[in-house]
Ligand binder design. Structure first.
Ligand code: UDP
Length: 326
């Protein structure tokens, strides 16, 4: 298939591109490089630089490439930032997604895969969280993804296209020592912990230790980025008949303290830590029940162990301590 990948220079998107090319799909990446890196995109994928908020630009890309499918990774994706700058999310995230959907609809692109989020479940009644859990976005970020899911629901109902929404839990790890996570500024737990291990930061600040969890720190479900990418390939190929919504995580929850401990054992570094204030918008525990995607698409993670996930990220950080360095 010809697959248009928005955000294909970003952390998860670039690994998605890698797996698509390996699976013999023809890939066109669209990215404004505001967060992504040109060097993260394989040379055998076409690359177009541009802004998805510009509807004419998006239309022109679809005119030129007429893709069979879209993988829409491009997004602002920080819970904390969205609590401070809601319109970047409720405005820009939604508008960019709608521009891509409208262009897909106008060009007969029948398959659409959305990167969605566990932040749809701000206050889950049951852990692990399955697809029947009530949607109650924990932040403007989660809300922006829910709005996009609802738009896709209507495009499906109106027979315009079929979609898969993949609700990622915590993407982590590196696909190889040359394809990893590089955000500026970095806000995610595992890369920050590894920056402490490398001596680039003094300590890791733990955002609250008074949550109702086994050690008082937040519990998350860390899923290897390559396993996420594999789920996209499976979903793409399964979109012939019906739209699909999946929770995508390992099903194993680790606390912030447990992540830091595991990183200490993987790296052999001391990794000093300090307790700070809770971060607004952070629910105490988010762990996926991903039985549905396992049963329906045969997905199963190749890297379910936190130790392996952190070791892969560590290999990337050691080889590229300054990231892609553009
Ligand atoms: N976290 C932390 N210190 C940091 C960064 C993150 O304690 O410097 C915590 C955060 O509160 C959350 C977990 O680590 O409970 C994972 O956060 P991250 O930002 O990596 O992903 P998110 O859960 O926001 O998608």
């Amino acid at each position: 298939m010809k697959v248009l990948v928005t955000g294909g220079a970003g952390y998860v998107g670039s690994v998605g591109v890698h797996e698509l090319v390996k699976a013999d799909h023809n890939v066109v990446v669209v990215d404004n490089l505001s967060q992504g890196h040109r060097d993260a995109v394989r040379e055998d994928a076409a690359f177009v630089k541009g802004n998805l908020l510009d509807a004419e630009f998006v239309d022109a890309v679809f005119d030129e490439h007429t893709p069979d499918a879209v993988m829409h990774f491009a997004s602002k994706s920080l819970v904390g930032e969205s609590m401070e700058k809601p319109f970047l999310y409720l405005g820009d995230n939604v508008r960019a997604g709608l521009n891509v959907m409208r262009a897909a609809a106008n060009h007969g692109t029948k398959r659409f895969i959305l990167s969605s989020t566990a932040n749809l479940f701000g206050d889950p009644a049951e852990i692990p969280i399955d697809e029947n859990e009530e949607i109650a976005p924990g932040s403007p970020y989660g809300e922006s993804k829910f709005i996009l899911e609802r738009n896709l629901h209507w495009l499906d109902t109106l027979d315009v296209l079929r979609f898969a929404s993949l609700r990622y839990f915590n993407a982590a790890g590196a696909a190889s020592p040359d394809l990893g996570e590089d955000h500026d500024p970095e806000t995610h737990l595992i890369p920050i912990v590894l920056e402490v291990a490398l001596g680039q930061r003094d300590k890791i600040e733990i955002y609250g230790d008074n949550y109702d969890t086994r050690d008082g720190t937040c519990i998350r479900d860390y899923v290897h980025v390559q396993d996420l990418a594999q789920a996209h390939i499976l979903a793409l190929e399964a979109l012939d008949d019906q739209s699909r919504v999946y929770n995508l995580g390992n099903g194993n929850g680790y606390s912030v303290q447990e992540v830091i401990e595991t990183a200490r054992s993987v790296t052999g570094a001391e990794i000093p830590s300090e307790i700070g204030s809770p971060r607004p918008g952070d629910p105490p525990e988010l762990v996926a029940r991903s039985d549905k995607i396992r049963t329906e698409l045969g997905w199963s993670p190749d890297y379910p162990e936190l130790e392996d996930i952190i070791a892969s990220a560590w290999a990337w950080h050691q080889k590229h301590p300054d990231g892609y360095e553009e």
